[in-house]
Design a protein around this ligand. Sequence first.
Ligand code: ADP
Length: 339
Amino acid sequence: MMKRFFNKMQEGKTVSFVYFLVMAYTIAALVWWGILLFRQSEQIKGFEQQNLYLRVDSLTQPVEHQLELQRINKEEHMRSFKYLGEGIIFLGIILLGAVFVYRAVWKYMKLSRQQQNFMMAVTHELKSPIAVAKLNLETIRKHKLDEETQLKLLNNTIRETNRLDQLCNNILLAAQLETHKYRLFKEPLDFSSLVSGSIKDLDGRIGTHQINAEVMPDIWLEGDKLTLQIIVNNLVENAAKYAPKNTTILVKLFESNKELKLQVIDEGPGIPDEEKGRIFLKFYRVGNENTRNAKGSGLGLFLTAKIVEQHGGSIEVKDNVPVGSCFEITLPEYSIQTA
Ligand code: ADP
């Protein structure tokens, strides 16, 4: 894996080197053609002046000679102006094209690097639950286990298959949202209950962290239930994945300046400032595949941001004080409906 990653880095450097070499050659060739043209123009001027001395005598026809000389000089100036103008336009077009090509190549290389990271992560993510489930089932088949151990192994298998299921859903949903094939089914829903319900589920599943909730009741909005549940799950699961065990995860739903805020706050390592904008990109994971301990595909936050955007909202990540991160979703359209 490490070797493949460095090969990609090396490939990127080679492409950049070759690209700049071709660019430098093209510009040098252009400058050289310019110099040759100017020299040629000087030569033409020299020939024309010699020709003039033969055709018109400067002593007997001084006015005519002077006029011809002026014409030759003017023509030489015009030629220089034309070469310079054309050269500048040509150089401008080359540089503009070069910028476009470089940006396209760079974007392609970046995407291909991220896809490579994604493939490595996903292969691992797909294989490990399958391996665990297989081992658990084989153990149950081979050995006569007591009921409690059997139940433990079965629960573990179900947890792993749930993880597999979630990963497949994330991959499918990301593809569908990108190609606009997933149509949000928006309906008026009790968002406070949705958030509280999701937290209850997550609390049952995540035994490693304390999940606290401060959810403002009776918040209603027009939304797609399934995808809104996904964003709560993704943010809380990330908090549990990246923050140390036995720390607290706080989920807050509240109103601030006539906007609805959903915050998921953890006591984990936080996100460095330079990474804050990138973590919402598809397949993006902080660091590289070999230095990351937590499992993941780099799809969760991309999906979350897409879903929030499709609900007319925005998402950002802030630093939590003293440690950790605070993912904050802002939704502008909602209502408070007390019974
Ligand atoms: P995944 O978790 O599958 O890698 P995500 O898109 O959910 O993908 O997250 C992208 C990256 O953002 C993660 O790889 C991780 O580096 C960083 N990240 C996300 N949530 C947190 C968090 N709560 N604390 C620290 N880092 C986080």
